[in-house]
Design a protein around this ligand. Structure first.
Ligand code: URP
Ligand code: ZN
Ligand code: ZN
Length: 460
């Protein structure tokens, strides 16, 4: 069935105008004024509303075996929640255990997503070990599976982290294949030493998580990644950058010609380290890595997002429920790291960015959708509104007001880090390739229509 969306204000990263959009099949067939509805079309009046391209979250962990447990969403629950929040494409991480073959991990992630996802998705391929077998399988994954981005962890020593030999050869391979490498930048050895010192001193609560991984540890990791990128000619993407000190390192490398792009998270823009200092172990809800920082970093991150020093805004959605967080009662090093936010990214960015005047509305679209599509080989199929693009659309009602709560959210998690915070606007209607998946902010669509998107290398 066709879909005609009338009189909305279309906002993309490059344009802003009032028009109708006709969707036929899975793609955008016409854009113009006073379009006529085909006989079988559903017509939606979007007067007074924005129409944004579907938002893309370039950093989520839906299936995540981590720190002795598993993130608690499924592809069904996560994608339903994401859609209610306006995100129509996820880039999750396929993460083999260090002893596991990469192709085996691809099968695992495929089995979790296929038939479950309510939106399109792809994965960054994590490299948690590098040897000749891994090298061969990574080539196959890029060529045949259709994954064109890698992930390395400089943190998580002894678990997911790679050493410098592995990092160097992964980046060399990525450079040869035209693949961008995303990286978690914290110096793993420093984290281990600082954790050991704090634990020895009896400093065991969640409030010591940040002191165990201070800004300078992240800055050092960021600088190290950039040095390795310079040495190998690789294109790199710093995930979840949390602070000014790390930003300065990445910007300095950019100025010297290193091909480095930067992502920050909605959590870092709105929450600070005092949340992890809350009494009675409530702080555990706010433990993630890199940690929430001193509030002075927030203005810097907002400004960098607006002026282009930071490229994308993601969530790093990694939900661990309160029982799972309890694993670290008595030792903060054992608290599963992660703060859920998949559903709330877009509306919180709109509320605290666009509605306050901190973020231009077209820049909002760029950082939350278009730039990720361009960097990760999804553009222009995703990330914009143009003829022939996938009809992934968000009709956003800016007049709606509400409050965030775990009681009403759709994520499979028993708390919300933004509990009680006000929101301006909601995603009234959300489509995935022309299928209406959300109406009046609620999921009404079909499970399992989401497809894995094959991506070509685009970083040469
Ligand atoms: O604390 C975090 N960020 N948890 C998820 C895993 C990761 O490092 O991205
Ligand atoms: Zn990370
Ligand atoms: Zn992550």
């Amino acid at each position: 069935m066709a879909l005609l969306i009338k009189n909305g204000e279309i906002v993309t990263a490059s344009e802003r105008y009032v028009a109708d959009i006709l969707v036929e099949g899975e793609t955008i067939a016409q854009i113009g004024r006073d379009l006529t509805a085909p006989p079988d079309a559903e017509v939606i009046d979007a007067t007074g509303k924005y129409i944004f391209p579907g938002f893309i979250d370039p950093h989520t962990h839906v299936h995540l075996p981590f720190m002795g447990t598993f993130a608690c969403d499924t592809y069904e629950t996560a994608t339903r929640a994401a859609l209610c929040g306006g995100t129509t494409t996820l880039i999750d991480f396929c993460i083999p255990d260090r002893s596991e073959e990469p192709l085996a991990a691809v099968e695992t992630w495929r089995s979790k997503a296929e038939g479950q996802a309510c939106m399109d998705y792809t994965w960054h391929m994590a490299v948690t070990r590098y040897d000749s077998e891994v090298d061969a399988q990574l080539r196959e994954i890029v060529r045949d599976v259709g994954v064109s981005s890698f992930k390395v962890f400089l943190a998580y020593k002894g678990a997911l982290g790679v050493d410098d030999y592995e990092l160097f050869h992964t980046l060399k391979l990525a450079s040869q294949l035209g693949v961008i490498t995303t990286a978690h930048c914290e110096n793993a050895d420093l984290v281990s030493e600082l954790q050991a010192q704090l634990v020895a001193a009896g400093k065991l609560g969640p409030e010591y998580h940040e002191p165990s991984r201070p800004s300078w540890v992240e800055a050092e990791g960021t600088r190290h990644l950039c040095t390795m990128a310079r040495a190998t000619g690789a294109h790199v993407y710093v995930v979840h950058l949390s602070c000014e000190e790390a930003l300065r390192q990445a910007v300095e490398a950019k100025l010297k010609g290193t091909r480095v792009w930067i992502e920050t998270l909605i959590q870092y823009l709105l929450l600070d380290k005092t949340w992890a200092e809350r009494p009675d172990f409530e702080g555990a809800r706010y433990v993630m890595s890199p940690p929430l920082r001193d509030i002075s970093n927030q203005d810097v991150l907002w400004n960098a997002l607006q002026n282009g020093l930071i490229d994308t805004l993601a969530t790093d959605h990694a939900p661990f429920n309160l029982q799972q967080k309890d694993m670290g009662r008595g030792n903060f090093c054992l608290i599963p790291n992660g703060i859920p936010s998949l559903e709330d990214r877009v509306r919180m960015l709109y509320t605290h960015g666009v509605a306050t005047g901190r973020l231009d509305i077209q820049r909002f679209v760029e950082v939350a959708s278009t730039k990720a599509a361009q960097l990760f080989g999804l553009y222009p199929r995703k990330g914009t509104i143009q003829l022939g693009a996938d009809a992934d659309l968000v009709i956003y009602d800016p007049a709606w007001t509400g409050t965030i709560s775990a009681k009403t959210h759709h994520m499979n998690i028993d708390y919300n880090p933004f509990e009680g915070m006000a929101v301006q606007g909601r995603c009234s209607v959300v489509t995935v390739r022309g299928n209406v998946q959300v109406r009046d902010g609620e999921f009404v669509g079909q499970k399992g229509i989401g497809r894995f998107i094959k991506r070509e290398p685009n970083h040469f």
